[in-house]
Design a protein. Structure first.
Ligand SMILES: [Zn+2]
Length: 466
C-alpha cells in the first residue's frame, strides 16, 4: 500500500521536476535543478474545495530579493510558458472567466490598485516557487518549497504547497506541540507527525489531489511561520525515523490530553482493533492534570440548548423537550454510547465515543466525562448542587427544593433554579494514541522520545525509512 503510494508520488514529482527543467530550459534561462528529492515532496492542501472566500486576494509577497519562478503547463497544447518575477516584485493572482491571472507589482506598491507587468493567464495548473532561500508569503503565512495553483470546476483557486516531508514536519511541529517543551517531547512529536504524514500520502484527500490539509482535520500547518531552532533541531535529530507496526508506518493519530487513560480506536471510531492494535487504550498513571491547563472541566447544559444543537445535526429526530440522557462507558472510561430521548418518544442514539463528541461537541472537550441531571443553584454561576449535608446525613439534592447550606459566605438558603445536565470531564480531544501534553510530562519524568512513543502506541517500533 505504502509502496504503491510512494511510487505514485515519485512519478508525480519526477514529472514535476522534468516540467521545471524543461520549462526553464525552454525559456532560455539556466536555473539550478530543484533542490528537492522527488520521493520526499509532499502535497499540502492550503485552499481547496471552493473554500477560497475571495479569489482576488492571493497576493504573494516576495521575502527576498531573488524573485519567483512561475511555470505553466498547458495540457491541451503540451506547451510550457515560463516567467520570472524579479526580486523587486510581488505577485497578485486572481480568478476570472475560468482562468487565473497573474500580475506583478512593484514591491512597495503591493496592495495598491495598480498592478503592473501583467504576466500571464492560465486555465491549467501552474507552479510558483521562490528563488534563493526565501519564502513566499500568502495571507501572512510564509511557505517554502513550491506552490501549485489550479482552478476548481466552479472557478475557485486551489492552492497546494509542495515541500519535502521534513520541511512539512518542521512546519507542523510548532503548531501541534508547544515550541518551548522539552526536547524529548518535541522529538516524539516530530516522529509521530512524520509518520502520520507518510501514512496520509494520497489518503483521505486523494480526490483533491493532495496528501494532507493544513487544519486539525489532518495536522495544523502554517508554513514556516512558527518554526524555531529548537523545533527544527527535534526534526533534524530524528530525521528519517517513523513509528512502525509489522514493518509498516503506523497511523499515529494523537490528541491534546488524556488524564488517566487513552481511548481505543474501536471505541472511538468503530475501527477494527485488529487492524490498528497499537491504537488501544493505555493507562497513563503519571499525568498530573494540574499541569495541563483546562484539562479538568465541567459544563452545565441547558436542555433547550442541547435540543437546539442536536437538531442541527439530527434534524427531525427529536420533536419535544429532552426527557432523559442515558450513556455507557467503554473499558477506557470514555463514553462510547449515548441515547438522548425526548418527552414524546423520539430519540437519538450514538455508538462510539467519537460520535458522542460530535453529538455534544459544543459542550464538551472530550468523551471522558460523567453526566448528571441536576439543578443549578445560581443563574450567574454554572455550579450544580450535588448533595447537601443535613442532620440525618448526606442527601441528594437533585430536586428544585430549598436547602440551607453553609458556604464560605456563611449560612444561606439556596434553591435549585433550573434543571440542567451537568457534565464533569477530563482531557481534550479524541483520546487516541499519543497525548501531546502527556508526552511533555513523560519527558520531564526522564522518558526518552522513543519510550514516550512506545508508551502511547502499543507494540510499535521506531525505524528509519528510506
Ligand atoms: Zn485533512
Amino acid at each position: 500500500m505504502l509502496n504503491s503510494n510512494l511510487h505514485t508520488v515519485i512519478s508525480r514529482f519526477l514529472f514535476l521536476v522534468l516540467l521545471f527543467v524543461f520549462c526553464f530550459t525552454f525559456a532560455g534561462r539556466t536555473i539550478a535543478a530543484t533542490p528537492y528529492s522527488p520521493e520526499r515532496l509532499f502535497r499540502v492542501g492550503l485552499y481547496f474545495q471552493d473554500k477560497t472566500s475571495d479569489n482576488s486576494l492571493f497576493s504573494l509577497v516576495n521575502t527576498s530579493n531573488y524573485g519567483f519562478e512561475i511555470g505553466l503547463y498547458n495540457k491541451d497544447t503540451q506547451s510550457f510558458i515560463c516567467q520570472k518575477a524579479t526580486g523587486s516584485q510581488n505577485i497578485l493572482l486572481s480568478a476570472e472567466n475560468g482562468a487565473i491571472h497573474i500580475s506583478a507589482f512593484a514591491k512597495d506598491s503591493a496592495g495598491s490598485e495598480m498592478p503592473s507587468d501583467f504576466i500571464y493567464s492560465s486555465s491549467t495548473t501552474f507552479y510558483i516557487r521562490p528563488l534563493g532561500a526565501s519564502l513566499i508569503t500568502v495571507a501572512g503565512v510564509g511557505y517554502g518549497g513550491m506552490l501549485e495553483y489550479s482552478l476548481t470546476p466552479s472557478g475557485k483557486i486551489t492552492l497546494i504547497n509542495l515541500i519535502t516531508l521534513d520541511e512539512y514536519v518542521k512546519g507542523v511541529l510548532p503548531c501541534e506541540f508547544i515550541p518551548s517543551w522539552d526536547e524529548e517531547a518535541l522529538k516524539a512529536g516530530a516522529v509521530v507527525i512524520r509518520t502520520y504524514a507518510l501514512a496520509s500520502i494520497m489518503g483521505k484527500h486523494a480526490e483533491s489531489n493532495f496528501d494532507v490539509c493544513a487544519s486539525t482535520h489532518c495536522q495544523v500547518y502554517k508554513g514556516m511561520n512558527n518554526v524555531t531552532d529548537k523545533t527544527n533541531a527535534a526534526v533534524d535529530a530524528t530525521a528519517g525515523e517513523i513509528v512502525t507496526y509489522n514493518g509498516k508506518p503506523a497511523l499515529t493519530v494523537y490528541h491534546s490530553s488524556s488524564i488517566d487513560a487513552t481511548e481505543s480506536v474501536s471505541s472511538a471510531w468503530g475501527s477494527s482493533q485488529e487492524q490498528y492494535p497499537y491504537l488501544s487504550s493505555v493507562k497513563t498513571p503519571f499525568i498530573d492534570s494540574k499541569l495541563i491547563p483546562g484539562s479538568i472541566w465541567s459544563k452545565a447544559i441547558r436542555p433547550q440548548d442541547l435540543l437546539t444543537y442536536i437538531l442541527t445535526k439530527y434534524p427531525g429526530k427529536l420533536s419535544g423537550d429532552i426527557r432523559e440522557i442515558t450513556y455507557e462507558k467503554g473499558e477506557s472510561g470514555y463514553v462510547n454510547q449515548m441515547t438522548v430521548t425526548d418527552v414524546v418518544g423520539g430519540s437519538v442514539t450514538v455508538k462510539t465515543s467519537g460520535q458522542v463528541r460530535t453529538l455534544l461537541s459544543k459542550f464538551i472537550k472530550s468523551a471522558n466525562f460523567d453526566l448528571a441531571s441536576t439543578y443549578l443553584y445560581s443563574d450567574t454561576k454554572t455550579e450544580a448542587i450535588s448533595s447537601v449535608l443535613t442532620a440525618s446525613g448526606q442527601q441528594n439534592a437533585d430536586t428544585g427544593e430549598k436547602y440551607t447550606v453553609l458556604s464560605a459566605d456563611g449560612k444561606k438558603t439556596v434553591q435549585g433554579i433550573e434543571k440542567v445536565f451537568f457534565v464533569n470531564g477530563k482531557g481534550y480531544g479524541h483520546g487516541i494514541g499519543l497525548s501531546q501534553y502527556g508526552a511533555q510530562q513523560l519527558s520531564l519524568l526522564g522518558y526518552s522520545y522513543d519510550k514516550i512513543i512506545k508508551t502511547y502506541y502499543t507494540g510499535v517500533l521506531i525505524e528509519k525509512f528510506s
